[in-house]
Design a protein around this ligand. Structure first.
Ligand code: ADP
Ligand code: ASP
Ligand code: MG
Length: 813
């Protein structure tokens, strides 16, 4: 004999019920079956809501009632065989009449007792089971039986305790003589010896089925639901979660106790004793094998699953008067138990200075009051502090029988949470080591689940969530490169890169599952209005792990928001030099925040576009080298300009060409005035460990004062034309000496300067082509022959690839 239980979503509408009947028919071919059904999806919630509204004298209580009534008659109308409709309608109408009378009673009395609430909430199952029995009887030999005649309980109405002796005897007597192919019963409900209806607790239909399975020593208990088994984590919160093929009773019990709602925790106990296997199956994918819960598990992964419970309050009792005083915890737990307050988690420091207990939010107020009463004398004498109450928390738990044989799991758990800035309020590990739990803020729960899932189940693929601002030349190329490399990154580098947000100065667009990189332009055009603040707030609210903000602008205001991102554990990758070249204190602050909040701050493209200059420098310093001198040509723009400028072309035209080809900043004066180069040498000096300000850098500008003073591009270009002879003179002086003009940045013994130099043909800078950059590092290890890095130092494509490299660096961390 097998026992099959169908949950609320499996019987939520006529189409689903047809699927259920088909599953029952297939399963009954060679087997006698006990079939337990829940109320039609959401019915129990609506009944409870309606009862509570009625008790609060809210006239709207009938709305929920009517919705429930309508759904049931719709199912009867569509699925019950014509010749049975009258009889079924009569029975169901009479149930609705009783239900309405009870609700009216609550409305008139303005109150509801636990007994009445249990009676009202039972109706969902009474209705669903009777209707489904009559539908299934069309093809099958089905008998309907009211569970209240079999399951006997205590009178704790909303979550009654089962009297197994009486219940088992009732079941044995009934099923031993019942020869019908299928017995159909309502889940969730039972009754006291006095005949009053009770419930087995929310989600309790699973338990009803387990009680029957144990009583008749069934071959298998099948829980049919809306997911294909018990998953490694709640599949609605963790997209990458997958069904666990085989799991032990203890593991399933721990997971369900810690929030894996797919099975009601008490369900396992009755079948475990008889070693009856449980299969979790998907009504909407019946071929899927689902999850097998049984006594033995194969030698699988040490961590089997991750679950979480919401709406947790942490109570902390502490005070100097607790140390070494026996009986404090006994009194605390007696107080909680005397008021029926369920304790979900306990931790106590070995100093005995404080005890922490996790309870459900709904009990918090009562618990605090009762504990403060129980310890009133100690509180008055300042031996113990009034109880500390923290709400809005969640518990997250790793579960696995084999965890105790593996060292370092809790280390991995807490370091991965820490890296993602998930603040841990309390930790509990059972002595059996089947479970490690942490209390965290509710707002971090989804991020924590995904982080741990990635750590323990997807070790090889790391997800990065990118938020890109600025989609001009560089930003557009960057998105195109990511699009092109996505597959390679996933397969070869085990990096799953999702662009979750894109913004420009006017609009922004978000998609948590990843914006399509084919159609991002249209999506952005139709996006919502954007601002720096709105973009940041949305990213913060999304609270995704491994989030990275990417600044592809050259904008001052954007550079000023990095600290908010970093302080929220969101990495920053930027090609914008303004932040790193700002005041020394600001640069140091950003580095400090990045370190403190474990949020990478990378800006490789600030110097030499995609060339690995800063990364190389960092590695030199980290490995103990010291930089004495830097000589560099760091302006792709100025290089381009002076490589192309001669007596046959005007300076104005060369600069314009450079700008058109994307070799200059949007404001070309920043390049030509030397400010851009000064910023770059400043950043290199700072990264080498020297504390310099931009004003410390000697800037030997070659632009006439008038050009420097212009405030817009038009005036700037006009001034270039006006001073053409000045530029020709500069060219001639170099050409007369067979030298080339290079804008050189130098750092030597703590001092830096930038300016045009005449470079002779035997100098390493002489042959720099196009927009190439070159850097020479003279260090302890490279005192005479410097370490040289040379290559294309400007342009959208290479800058984008430099940003890409920083993103990969974060992925590899
Ligand atoms: P039913 O109505 O069939 O009893 P439930 O809603 O009680 O279904 O349980 C199924 C739901 O449990 C799933 O839809 C899923 O949202 C939730 N769930 C939470 N944790 C897990 C998990 N680890 N594996 C599978 N489902 C889970
Ligand atoms: N209908 C009940 C509830 O919603 C029992 C169940 O579905 O398991 O809690
Ligand atoms: Mg359920």
């Amino acid at each position: 004999m097998n026992v099959l239980k169908f949950g609320g979503s499996s019987v939520a509408n006529p189409q689903n019920i047809e699927k259920v009947v088909e599953i029952i028919a297939n399963a009954s071919i060679n087997n006698q079956l006990i079939v337990v059904v829940s109320a039609f999806g959401k019915t129990t919630n609506k009944l409870i809501a309606s009862a509570e509204q009625a008790a609060q004298n809210n006239v709207n209580y009938l709305e929920n009632f009517k919705e429930v009534e309508q759904l049931h008659f719709e199912v009867i109308h569509e699925l019950v065989p014509k010749n049975q409709q009258e009889e079924v309608k009569t029975h169901i109408t009479s149930l609705f009449k009783q239900l309405k009378t009870l609700l009216e009673g609550c409305f008139l009395l303005n109150e509801i007792t636990p007994k009445t609430l249990a009676t009202i909430s039972c109706f969902g199952e009474l209705l669903s089971s009777y209707i489904i029995a009559s539908i299934a009887s069309k093809e099958l030999d089905v008998v309907y039986k009211d569970s209240r005649e079999l399951i006997s309980t205590s009178n704790d109405f909303d979550k009654a305790q089962v009297d197994f002796q009486l219940t088992n005897a009732n079941c044995k007597a009934y099923f031993s003589t019942n020869k019908h192919q299928v017995t159909l019963l309502p889940g969730f409900i039972a009754r006291t010896k006095e005949g009053k209806s009770t419930t087995l607790g929310r989600g309790g239909s699973d338990y009803s089925a387990a009680i029957y399975a144990a009583a008749v020593s069934a071959d298998e208990l099948q829980i049919w639901t809306d997911v294909s088994g018990m998953y490694t984590a709640n599949p609605h919160l963790v997209k990458q979660a997958f069904p666990i093929p085989h799991i032990s009773y203890q593991e399933a019990m721990e997971l369900s106790h810690f929030g894996a709602k797919v099975i009601y925790p008490p369900t396992i106990q009755p079948v475990l004793e008889k070693e009856i296997p449980i299969r979790i199956k998907n009504t909407f994918d019946p071929e899927n094998v689902g999850t097998l819960i049984s006594k033995i598990t194969e030698n699988g992964k040490p961590v089997k699953g991750i679950s979480h419970i919401e709406n947790i309050t942490l109570l902390t009792l502490e005070g100097s008067g607790m140390v070494g005083v026996s009986g404090i915890s006994k009194r605390l737990f007696e107080t909680l138990s005397a008021h029926n307050i369920n304790v979900v988690l306990i931790t106590q420091a070995s100093s005995e200075h404080s005890i922490c207990v996790g309870i459900y939010d709904e009990d918090a107020e009562k618990a605090a009051l009762k504990i403060n009463e129980a310890f009133a004398i100690e509180i008055e004498r300042h031996k113990i502090d009034p109880i500390i109450v923290e709400q809005g928390l969640a518990i997250i738990a790793l579960v696995g029988d084999k965890m105790r044989n593996h060292q370092g799991l809790s280390g991995q758990m807490f370091s991965s949470l820490g890296k993602n800035n998930v603040n841990i309020r309390a930790i509990a590990q059972g002595a059996s080591e089947k479970n490690i739990s942490a209390v965290i803020n509710s707002s971090d729960a989804k991020k924590a689940l995904n982080t741990l899932h990635e750590q323990f189940f997807e070790e090889k693929v790391k997800q990065l969530n990118l938020f890109v601002t600025g989609v001009g030349n560089v930003g557009e190329r960057f998105l195109a490169q990511i699009h092109q490399q996505k597959k390679y990154l996933k397969e070869q580098l085990k990096l799953n890169i999702r662009v979750v947000g894109i913004s420009n100065s006017k609009q922004m667009v978000f998609d948590e599952s990843g914006i399509s990189l084919k159609s991002w332009k249209e999506q952005l055009q139709n996006g919502e209005a954007s601002s720096l603040e709105l973009f940041f707030q949305r990213i913060k609210t999304l609270n995704l792990r491994n989030s990275v903000f990417i600044d592809n602008t050259a904008n001052q205001q954007v550079s000023e928001v990095y600290e908010h991102y970093l302080a929220n554990n969101i990495g920053v990758v930027t090609c914008n030099k303004i932040a790193c070249a700002s005041e020394l204190n600001n640069y140091k602050k950003l580095k400090h925040i990045s370190h403190k909040f474990n949020a990478p701050f990378l800006f490789e493209t600030n110097v030499g576009a995609g060339l690995p200059i800063i990364d190389t420098l960092k590695n030199l310093i980290a490995s103990g080298d010291r930089v004495h001198k830097i000589q560099a040509v760091l302006s792709g723009s100025l290089n381009f300009v002076f490589n192309n400028f001669n007596k046959n072309i005007s300076f104005h035209d060369v600069v314009q060409q450079a700008q058109e080809q994307g070799y200059t900043e949007p404001d070309p004066k920043i390049d030509l005035s030397g400010v851009d180069v000064a910023r770059k040498i400043l950043i290199l000096a700072r990264e080498s460990g020297y504390e310099l300000e931009l004003s410390d850098i000697e800037n030997n500008a070659f632009l006439p004062k008038k050009s420097l003073k212009t405030t817009n591009n038009e005036d700037f270009y006009a001034s270039l034309t006006e001073f053409e002879s000045h530029f020709q003179q500069i060219y001639k002086e170099a050409a007369d000496k067979d030298c080339r003009l290079k804008y050189v940045a130098e750092f030597n013994n703590g001092k830096a300067s930038v300016g045009l130099q005449h470079i002779p043909f035997d100098h390493p800078f002489y042959n720099l082509e196009g927009s190439d950059n070159i850097v020479l590092f003279f260090t302890d290890r490279y005192p005479v022959n410097p370490l040289q890095i040379k290559g294309a130092g400007a342009g959208a494509e290479v800058t984008a690839s430099g940003i890409f490299a920083d993103v990969i660096r974060i992925g590899n961390q």
